[in-house]
Design a protein around this ligand. Structure first.
Ligand code: ZN
Ligand code: ZN
Length: 249
């Protein structure tokens, strides 16, 4: 499987996924850069996949559908908010792409209908899990979001994470305020800064790396708990406090 990263808008990423003669576009924020990348590669998408309804993830849907006749696949619980959607999917329906069984994880919190597509060890997480961060809880609360992130954390460590935005460096600056003694986080930030200085994406990450360095997946960390004064709190409460601090960072 080949995956191409397509920078869109200010800091969004769309992705082109190719397997055999099948191609899918994930979260086209806008049509022009996606079309340019497809032209360069000589690929024609049969599918457009949306992780959630926000305009910076579906903005290119209608134009690309008109250009390529692509089928739009998105959250079954949010079909009313996805422009041009043809097929709603959920955890029970799953999906299939180029002969690959695609796992759909329902991950509400950032939006009620948010989903993650897992295709052969590649997880497209939209704005639910970011490299070193997680999405804001626009349509959910801490227990809902923690439950969703826990589903992603349960994926195999080698699972590659393709998220919706290049937020890694600023996420990392926040993460260092929450867990300044995390050696893996400090080492990762050196690599992140070097990549960004060269204008390179910090994507993909892996679930294993996120579990070591992403403060939103680390409510069990003694350092984080001590720093927040929440030594004996539930994981959900620790997660909620980290999220609250990020909102005010
Ligand atoms: Zn969003
Ligand atoms: Zn977004």
């Amino acid at each position: 499987m080949q995956i191409e990263i397509v920078p869109c808008l200010a800091d969004n990423y769309a992705y082109l996924v190719k397997s055999g003669d099948q191609c899918a576009v994930v979260d086209p924020s806008e049509a022009a850069p996606v079309k340019a990348a497809l032209d360069r590669l000589g690929w024609r998408p049969a599918f457009i996949l949306n992780t959630h309804h926000h305009i910076d993830h579906v903005g290119g849907n209608l134009e690309l559908k008109a250009l390529y006749g692509a089928e739009i696949v998105g959250p079954g619980k949010d079909t009313g908010r996805i422009p041009g959607i043809d097929t709603g999917v959920d955890e029970h329906s799953g999906w299939e792409f180029a002969g690959h069984e695609v796992r759909i994880l329902e991950v509400p919190g950032h939006t009620r209908g948010a989903i993650t597509f897992v295709i052969e060890g590649h997880a497209f997480t939209g704005d639910t899990l970011f490299a070193l961060g997680c999405g804001r809880m626009f349509e959910g609360d801490a227990p809902m979001m923690w439950n969703s992130l826990s589903k992603l954390a349960a994926l195999p460590d080698a699972t590659k994470i393709y998220c919706g935005h290049e937020y890694t460096e600023s996420n990392g600056r926040f993460a260092l305020t929450i867990e300044p003694g995390n050696a893996a986080l400090k080492a990762r930030m050196i690599e992140v800064k070097a990549a960004r200085a060269k204008g390179q994406p910090t994507i993909p990450s892996t679930i294993g790396l996120e579990k070591q360095t992403n403060p939103f997946l680390r409510p069990e960390s003694a350092e984080i708990r001590k720093g927040l004064g929440l030594e004996n709190a539930s994981d959900t409460a620790v997660f909620g406090e980290v999220r609250r601090r990020k909102d005010n960072f």
